[in-house]
Structures are given as structure tokens and as C-alpha cells.
Design a protein around this ligand. Sequence first.
Ligand code: 5AD
Ligand code: SF4
Length: 441
Amino acid sequence: MTAPKKLFVKTYGCQMNVYDSERMAGALAERGYETTEDQAEADMILLNTCHIREKAAEKVYSELGRLKPLKTAKPDLKIGVAGCVAQAEGEEIMRRQPMVDLVVGPQAYHRLPQLEDQVQTGARALDTDFPEEDKFDHLPPARGPKARRAPSAFLTVQEGCDKFCAFCVVPYTRGAEVSRPAERLLAEARDLVERGVVEVTLLGQNVNAYHGAGPDGDWTLARLIREMARIDGLERIRFTTSHPRDMDDDLIAAHGEVDKLMPYLHLPVQAGSDKVLKAMNRQHTAEDYFRLIDRIRDARPDIALSGDFIVGFPGETEADFQDTLHLVREVTYAQAYSFKYSARPGTPAAERTEVPEDEKSDRLARLQALLKEQQEAFQTSMIGKTLPVLLEKPGREDGQLVGKSPYLQAVHLQADAALMGQIVDARVVETRTNSLAAVRA
Ligand code: 5AD
Ligand code: SF4
């Protein structure tokens, strides 16, 4: 038997990409590849790229530059670029970087085995089509360290987005919104549970727009969650990322009614000024968002809220930015992500006059100071509380395990490694910005 070939995948960006990397490893396992953590021993290196962050394409080119010595030393090494940069700039990558053997967009991962065959003949392969077929139906289950052992798994339920926020590339790189059939998702969730998974995070760029075909018509995300909650052995359900416009009554109610649905919600608002929200094409006002948050908190008072913010969107004045600070003070976040606006070619906002860089930086610093204060207050409010913690992996110290609270906080505690994958009660004794220290209760 020939020795298995080694695949090294470097993943950038969102959880969708983490999940996709595992699916790609699964697809290439068909061609005899095993994953490796060591780039130097790889027969194939795949960069799974993200287009959301600034200078994404340049980062890919400099990473490719760093790989050059490896490729020179080992000419049989195959180098591939996947993900959203591949989708957006595949042909350009092929032109600028002759050492790239393979470019594959997120809609074509199920064709990786065929593309690999092509590459093995010495040809170069580019596939950034948007096929009609459901790519999920063709992909074997995810492989890789996460998929094998972790008690927590991702499950992609929809992809793409029809919202067209003026700053965002997702509708162009990931395409139109597509939801996967409900029964298939339930079957996959059952399968994950059989492999030891106790927590599932339902993924999608616009996950609460989910409307997959069910046995009795289209299902909403709330319906899918309610049915998934009936699976024995599945203890925790999460979902991300949501758009305020798609938080329907039933999904809000589910937060109060479904015990397995965790009290954490990532609900990006991006900005607090109605003028800016309109210019962003967000299709909601600040007041809509406040009302929504009230209803969610009525359903689940202890819910931990998270969000995304963009400062310095074209046209944003200091007064508009003050509206964002006001919104943050009113809502109170447990945790949040914030970014300086940066133009993405091809998006409507890229045509507009930019806010000066130093103003953007100043606003970001002020917003982040406020968000950090809120995050620390949320963390501190946990002291003395007993929380159910899902134990996920070994910690840095001897005898220590790291787990997750219902509010998506990392929790460190001393516990027997045999308890991995179980949910134990732990009392919080100390807090840091990004984690909690606890003892078995
Ligand atoms: N500039 C800055 N931030 C952006 N995001 C998306 N596009 C841009 C951009 N052009 C942020 C949004 C989104 C998160 C994933 O990334 O806040 O919710
Ligand atoms: Fe991008 Fe999210 Fe807006 Fe869709 S809803 S366009 S993914 S920011």
C-alpha cells in the first residue's frame, strides 16, 4: 500500500471556513490524503482564504511568497487557494502566481477529487463556478482533528446572502442565499451525536433567513431548532450569524422555550445612526433594533448579546458615531467585534468618499474601549455563579480542562480528562477579559 499523502490546510476567517476546511479534507480523503499539522511534510497545501478583512488578497500573495521555498525544494508539492479570495480573484491568482496549482471557490469543493486528479497530471485547475447542484450532497463528512474528537461541531444550514449590505462582498463571493433541506440536516445532526458531539452550531452567512425544504413545506430556523432539540444526546444548540430583519417571532420565542438553545445571540447591527444604516442598506433602523432586543430579552432575560460594528462608513459624521456609542450603551453587549470600514472593490460603498483614516482609528479606539468595559462587566457578573460547562479540550496547565459556558465563554477548571465531552457544573471564581476560571461545584 502506498503511504497516505499529507494535506495541510491553513484556514483564515469565519467559522464557515473552519467547517469548509474540514469538508475539503473529507473530499480529498477520497484521493488518499490525511491531514497534517506540519506544513513541511505536506504533499498539498491549501489556503482557505477570507475576503472580508482588509488587504485580503495581498495577504494571500504574501503567504504564497512564503511557500515558495517549500515548493522549490519539493516540486511535487501542490499548492491550492480556496475560499472567498479564490472565488473573487481566482484568475488573477493563477496569472500572478504560476506556482499555484489549484484554485477552487466555495461552491465547487465537492469537485475537489476531480480537480486533484487534474493537478496530479501536472495541469493547473481552476473552478470558481456556481453550480446548480447542492454541493453539500456530494461532499463526504468532514474530516480532521475537530471533526473526529471535539464534542462541539458546526453544521452549515445555509450559505450565501441576499441582503447586499453596501460594504459587504459576501453576496458576490458566496452567492445567493441557499438553504439545505431540513431532514438532511436532522440526519447529519444525529450522525454527529453518534460520533460523540453534544453541541451543534448551525452556521450560515445569514442563518436566520434559513428556509430549507421540510417534509411539510419550508421550515424556518426556529422549526429546525425545535426539531433538532428532540435528538437525544444533543445537549446544546447555537446558531450564527443572524440579520436583525430575519429574527421572526418564533425564533425569538424559541429562546424562551427551547432549553437546549443556548442563551447567546450574535446579532450584528453595524451602526447606530439611521442615516448610516440606510446608506449601508441594512434595511432596519436603530429603533427597530432596540425593539427587537427588548423582545429577545423578554423571551430570555439572561441572553448574552454579541454584535459586529463598522466605524467610519462613508458619510459617517461624529454625530452619527455618537449614535453608535449610544446604541451600545442602551443595548449592553456581552462581547462584540468592531472594524474600521475598508472599501471592498465591487461593492456599492467602494465608490463613495472615505472618512479620513485617523478619524476611523480614533472612533474605533473609543468604541472598543466601551465594548471592552461592557465585556469585562459581563465577565465580572459571572463571579460566584454556578454554570453548566461543556468540557472540550485539555488546558495549558496540568489536570486542567477548558470548556464552554452557556454564554460562549471559555472556562478553565481542574477536572479529570475522562470527563471530556461532558457537561459539568462549575462555580466561577475568577474572571479575565476572555475567559473564566472555575471550580467543580
Ligand atoms: N469593512 C469593514 N468591516 C466589514 N465587515 C464586512 N465588510 C466590511 C468592510 N468592507 C464586517 C461586518 C460584518 C463582519 C463579518 O465583518 O461588521 O458583520
Ligand atoms: Fe454581508 Fe451580512 Fe450584510 Fe449579508 S447580511 S450582505 S453577509 S453583512
